[in-house]
Design a protein around this ligand. Structure first.
Ligand code: FNR
Length: 774
């Protein structure tokens, strides 16, 4: 049902009024205060229990609570219940911290006199929401109003909390005056009297309906009484009763924002501080725990553990016992969940909370108070040798403030976290807090599992697939280290926050596809760590988690830093590239002529052999030309080796220009070259090879510019053809070599004849002008 849609409840909420019941000074019979009691308008919701049940069921408790308080203030002002009288007004525990008080201040200011107010808190509020309760008490005191704790004794929890709430009035549960005395009543009275004696608080007995009840109330130490014997609730002051003034101790009580103060900071100036290693602090803490066990149900134990990993298996066992034996136990620390064990209250401490650096154990009960308040000195080194600065104090005020400081940090219990009348859902992941579903490890196995997760060197994350952009709802310590970020900068965000702009987009696309398909995957991505954005390689393993319908509800991610491996692999690849480049170079050197870049003889031989095989297979022919320069030696002798080398390079270039791409060209050494011509038709092979030889000869004969002049060399080329002259390289080479000599001899004959003619004509040969023969 939507809030506001029930006409009966709507009318009741509009018509809430207060009835006022007198509170009387037992000894004098004077009325000193009235308690405002809520009433609905005449009809089905007139009785307060029916009215509150209907409002709670409709999610409108806060609205009703506010209406009741406004009715109480307005009614009291209208009925003139002002100073010296006091008005007691209730605050519903479920809406404690959100209760608006400003309107009430305005009503009080408009009253015909000084409206003196005592806010009554029920003990139901104490266990569920201690931090909110303490905050409400602070707010009420800041407004100058006093505090009463109602129904004290109905449960031992309220006794344990008396020293923390410091109420001005202790309202005894009516069972105390109406039941026969027994050990339980004696225990309650012990605690109440101890508190009242020390604080000056006033004890009020409720439910006094008979003279017998009155005698009992007196016997219990009550100075104020309330009940039908003194008067029933009415619309205003009971004019028949004499009026007195209620004197309360509360005005001077300390208040202040306890949440901002750490327990260690509660130590008064001048308290001597000692130093001790962790090993001693463990023993001191255990001693305080034993004291608490002895004190039993009226005792509050509040402790801090710095980090969840210090809440060890043996600590778990001791705290389970404490939860069973004492009134209230809480354990705080980084990543400690809302309820680390059933009944044990907890909270995650933010990194900037000063309590994160402290080791505190406060034990407080009506007759005992002790606290170990220690501060980590930040030593590196073995855990057990870490040193702390500490004080062990029994001063009740200090212990109370230390315990208040810790309790003001306790998270509301998961079941109590959402007030019944606040329909708005809480944010899925409270910033800086682990997801409740993972955090609330209640069994030993769960606690162990959680501890194992925190201890593993691999990052572990859980993302919620049902929430927009799949936020991280859990990240273990290793992930925080890998990311270099605190929890509050991780939780609630998508894991891609780690990605470097240089991450392989292919890997990210594969992850996206796998997640969209609800499949597991493994990829390596480049991530950045911490504020200085140090790159690291993240080998990411993703696995889906299904619900009972098979829907993917979460993904678990495991992250491993593989930077060292990736870098080693990359170095290996670079090394391999360098090696293959070097190998290629070695091969090149082994197979080529360093001066001209042409093949060397060995390589040519290999290739010609292969070409012969191919030629024979296809029925082709192959020609081999043996080229020997004429006149090279004379150039070398006249211009030097450098010139000779240059000449050889020019010749090599010319040969290369003349042959086909698939022809093979080699320098044998000195001024000898080989040219292989594959793919010739057998019937024309010799003619074709001879034609090429002639072309090459002509090309070589062209003048070569060298050192500012021109030189001329010639060439003698012998030709052999496969298969006619042989079918192996050696035979073809031999035959071409012989023919080259034949040609050279023939050419020399021509040259000798020319020289003889020149000599006869009286002119001498000029090296470099025409081929010089050896
Ligand atoms: C991721 N993703 C992720 N990415 C990354 O760079 N580093 C990480 O550690 C993780 N961890 C991780 C854990 C889990 C459980 C899931 C499901 C995913 C991948 C990231 O969140 C996102 O899926 C990919 O970037 C692809 O999606 P977008 O960015 O294309 O939307």
């Amino acid at each position: 049902m939507q809030p506001g849609s029930d006409p009966v409840l709507d009318r009741a909420l509009r018509g809430v009024r207060s009835a006022f019941q007198p509170i009387v000074e037992i000894d004098t019979g004077r009325v000193v205060a009235y308690e405002a009691l809520a009433r609905g308008p005449v009809g089905p919701l007139e009785r307060p229990d029916a009215l509150f049940a209907a409002a709670r069921a409709a999610g409108r408790l806060a609205e009703l609570d506010e209406a009741c308080r406004a009715a109480a203030f307005r009614g009291a002002a209208d009925a003139g219940l002002v100073s010296p009288l006091t008005v007691f007004v209730n605050v519903e525990p479920e809406v404690l911290d959100t209760a608006p008080l400003a309107d009430l201040v305005a009503i009080a200011e408009g009253a015909p006199g000084d409206l003196r107010v005592v806010m009554e808190i029920t003990e139901r509020a104490i266990a569920a929401r201690p931090a909110e309760l303490l905050r409400t008490v602070e707010r009420v005191r800041e407004l100058g109003w006093a505090i009463a704790v109602d129904d004290v004794g109905a449960e031992s929890m309220s006794l344990a909390f008396l020293p923390l709430l410091c109420p001005d009035v202790v309202k005894l549960d009516l069972r105390l005056v109406q039941d026969r005395p027994g050990p339980a009543i004696a225990e309650i009275m012990n605690a109440v009297n101890a508190y009242a004696e020390r604080s000056g608080a006033v004890v009020l007995a409720e439910g006094i309906e008979t003279e017998e009840h009155l005698v009992c109330a007196r016997g219990l130490g009550a100075t104020l009484g309330q009940g039908w014997l003194f008067g029933r609730p009415g619309p205003g002051a009971d004019e028949r009763l004499p009026v007195g003034e209620l004197l309360l101790p509360g005005a001077g009580r300390p208040s202040g924002a306890l949440g901002a103060v750490s327990p260690f900071a509660c130590l008064p100036d001048g308290v001597p501080l000692r130093r001790a290693p962790k090993a001693l602090l463990i023993e001191l803490s255990k001693q305080l725990e034993r004291e608490a066990m002895r004190l039993g149900e009226t005792c509050v134990v509040a402790a801090t553990f710095q980090e969840a990993r210090h809440f060890t298996v043996s600590t778990t066992q001791r705290y389970r016992d404490l939860v069973e034996r004492t009134g209230f136990v809480c354990a705080l620390g980084e990543d400690l969940p809302v309820e680390p064990l059933p009944g044990l209250r907890g909270a995650h401490l933010d990194p900037d909370d000063p309590v994160r650096g402290e080791w505190d154990v406060a034990v407080l009960s009506p007759h005992f108070s002790a606290a170990l308040l220690a501060r980590d000195l930040g030593d590196e080194g073995p855990d057990l040798e870490r040193t702390f600065e500490y004080a062990l104090t029994y001063d009740r005020a200090t212990v109370s403030r230390a315990a208040q400081s810790l309790l003001s940090r306790v998270a509301p219990r998961t079941a109590d976290a959402t007030p019944a009348d606040s329909p708005a859902p809480r944010p899925p992941v409270p910033a800086g807090r682990p997801a409740a579903g993972l955090a609330v490890g209640t069994t030993t196995a769960e606690v162990l599992l959680r501890r194992a997760l925190e201890a593993t060197p691999s990052g572990v994350t859980v993302v919620d697939m049902r929430l927009p952009d799949q936020p991280i709802v859990y990240a273990n310590e290793a992930f925080r280290q890998l990311a270099g970020l605190p929890s509050e900068e991780i939780l609630g965000r998508n894991c891609r926050l780690l990605q470097s702009p240089d991450t392989d987009p292919g890997a990210v696309a594969r992850i996206r596809a796998a997640v969209e398909a609800g499949q597991a995957c493994r990829e390596t991505v480049l991530n950045l760590r911490g504020p200085d954005r140090t790159p690291w390689f993240n080998e990411l393993h993703l696995a889906p988690v299904h619900d009972s319908d098979g829907t993917v509800v979460q993904y678990i991610g495991v992250q491993v830093d593989v930077t060292a491996r990736v870098e080693a692999e990359r170095a290996l690849v670079r090394e391999r590239d360098r090696t293959s480049a070097a190998l290629a170079r070695i091969q090149e050197l082994a197979y080529t002529d360093p001066l001209t870049g042409l093949l060397n003889r060995r390589r040519l031989e290999e290739q010609v052999e292969a070409a012969i095989w191919e030629a024979r297979a296809r029925g082709d022919a192959l020609g081999l030309l043996f080229v020997d320069l004429d006149g090279f030696k004379a150039v070398n002798d006249r211009f030097g080796h450098a010139a000779g080398d240059e000449l050889l390079q020019v010749v090599a270039g010319r040969l290369q220009q003349r042959v086909r791409r698939r022809d093979l060209l080699a320098r044998l050494g000195g001024d000898e070259f080989l040219v292989a011509l594959p793919d010739l038709r057998p019937e024309t092979a010799l003619a074709e090879a001879t034609r090429v030889a002639d072309e090459l000869t002509a090309s070589i004969r062209r003048a070569v510019p060298l050192f500012g002049t021109e030189v001329h060399v010639g060439a003698s080329i012998g030709v052999s053809v496969c298969p006619e002259d042989g079918v192996v390289f050696a035979d073809l080479l031999h035959r071409a070599d012989l023919r080259m000599y034949d040609r050279k001899a023939a050419t020399r004959g021509v040259a000798v004849r020319a020289a003889t003619a020149r000599a006869a004509a009286g002119s001498a040969p000029v090296p470099g002008r025409e081929p010089v023969l050896p």
